[in-house]
Design a protein around this ligand. Structure first.
Ligand SMILES: [Ca+2]
Ligand SMILES: [Ca+2]
Length: 244
């Protein structure tokens, strides 16, 4: 029984991969090996995404999306190098269940509350990922948004790391498909639709988002610094007095 299940899961995963190639064509298949690059003049990202450096090391760990009022993880392949990189290990992609578990357990310098991206309305219309892909980063699709010739997918990756041309899991399961269970995935190179229902054992990217802006470390205002300095000076003076 378990062998039959495993075979069926791997066949389903294979059919999803084959579908990618079939839908995207040979050109998209070649492009899918490459990571995107920042293209400043394409999309709105240079003005609508605000960097969030959570550990104050000079590198942004997340980006607040001022249009959607959500925060995106800077690393678009967050499960890379973690135990959640299952199915084919080491490729930075995960099964839907592992992706969901990873996002829910993510603690980024004390910031929690992460999840997978969702549809903006009732599915399978535009999603947070399709908005990022098409509007914020201005990338083309075969027929859903910014229609045009290839290359499609995340040619412009904006400020994000590891934003390649693979498909991205959404948060929503698709109870109308299966068995086996299916969930929705973003597919920027799909000819007929922006999103596709896939068996949950397929290996796709997990990209964590979070509602609203992240809480930033409180930086005392100049007046607060002055008060603190006065307080410390006062304490020192009191100690000095106590000694004499
Ligand atoms: Ca940082
Ligand atoms: Ca994997």
């Amino acid at each position: 029984m378990s062998i039959v299940k495993a075979r069926s899961a791997s066949l389903s995963a294979m059919s999803a991969s084959s579908l990618k190639v079939a839908l995207g064509g040979v050109f998209a298949c070649v492009v899918s090996l490459a990571h995107g690059v920042p293209i400043p003049m394409q999309g709105t990202w240079t003005t609508t995404l605000l960097p969030r450096d959570l550990n104050a090391d000079g590198t942004a760990d997340a980006y607040y999306d001022t249009t959607l009022n959500i925060t995106w993880l800077a690393n678009a392949m967050g499960t890379l190098g973690t135990v959640y990189d299952d199915a084919l290990p080491g490729n930075g992609e995960s099964t839907w269940t592992a992706a969901k578990t990873w996002a829910a357990s993510l603690d980024l310098y004390g910031v929690t509350g992460w999840r997978l991206p969702r549809f903006l309305g009732s599915g399978p219309g535009p999603s947070e990922v399709s908005h990022m892909h098409c509007v914020t980063l201005g990338n083309r699709t075969p027929g859903s948004c910014n229609s045009g010739p290839p290359p499609w997918n995340f040619v412009n990756s904006g400020p994000f790391q590891n934003l390649n041309n693979n498909w991205v899991w959404l948060d929503e399961e698709d109870p109308s498909s299966g068995p086996p269970p299916h969930a929705w995935a973003f597919a920027g190179d799909a000819v007929s639709a922006y999103h596709t229902s896939e068996v949950i054992t397929a290996d796709f990217s997990a990209w964590a988002v979070r509602d609203g802006d992240v809480p930033l470390p409180a930086i005392p205002e100049p007046g607060t610094w002055a008060l603190m300095a006065l307080g410390i000076a006062g304490l020192a003076a009191a100690r000095f007095k106590g000694r004499t």
